[in-house]
Design a protein around this ligand. Structure first.
Ligand SMILES: [Mg+2]
Length: 232
């Protein structure tokens, strides 16, 4: 555990940062397009019948911003594209390997984390989803340097349960005071972290904050705005 000196405490209001993964550290839309393109070029049947751009747009629609689970998405696909020869099970397995591997960071993520680490800010990841979330962090080059990675399917509770945020702090040896959570989901990330008594930074990504929820401590229009919040 790094000790934050008095000088740093003045300059850096937070000594701990917990991050959401999809649409926060990772550029999910760009990553989905990357696996969709790889999928297209691995499917001669699809290539023969559907244009590249059209196929990628269709896959992006089926993915529905992550709201469609892989088995449903591929069930839909084999119905509409009967020339895909693999079974839904095989396609789900392909996706579990190739989607995380296609993962790419949001702009300036690497640089921001390097600066955080240089001034002794501890950080970790709290993400809802299956174990392959860890493979996304490998693709981002962040798996070995994260202070902790808490994945809901492994921990047994999903965000917004305050318990998953507390677990991440426990693994870092930190307390809620001095800690901030950064995420894009108003309920899962911001409400959940607030209930666990962390400060919050919401990645608005062009959206308005829902009027019926308590507002976040900070609103970031893009990941790069975090630099100001952390005093880097
Ligand atoms: Mg997210």
């Amino acid at each position: 555990m790094t000790t934050i000196g008095p000088r740093n405490r003045n300059r850096h209001p937070y000594n701990t940062v917990l991050f959401d993964l999809d649409n926060t550290l990772g550029d999910r839309p760009a990553s989905v397009r990357r696996w969709a393109e790889k999928f297209y070029f691995s499917q001669p049947g699809v290539m023969a019948k559907v244009g590249r751009a059209e196929a990628i747009e269709q896959i992006v629609r089926w993915d529905a911003g992550g709201h469609m689970f892989a088995p449903e998405m591929f069930s839909k696909m084999v119905e509409v594209w009967p020339f895909v020869r693999e079974s839904v099970d095989e396609l789900v397995k392909w996706h579990a390997v190739n989607y995380p591997a296609a993962f790419r960071p949001a702009p300036v993520v690497g640089r921001t984390i390097t600066r955080m680490m240089r001034v002794g800010i501890e950080w970790g990841v709290v993400t809802n989803g299956p174990s392959f979330q860890r493979a996304k962090l490998v693709a981002l080059g962040l798996d070995k340097i994260a202070g902790c990675v808490v994945i809901s399917s492994e921990f047994g509770e999903d965000k917004p349960s305050p318990e998953i945020f507390k677990e991440a702090l426990r693994r870092l040896g930190r307390i809620p005071e001095g800690a901030i959570f950064v995420g894009d989901s108003p309920v899962a990330d911001i409400e959940g972290a607030r209930k666990a008594r962390l400060d919050t930074a919401w990645m608005s990504l062009g959206r308005k904050w829902p009027a019926d929820l308590r507002p976040p401590t900070h609103t970031l229009s893009k990941f790069a705005d975090l630099v100001q919040v952390l005093g880097l």
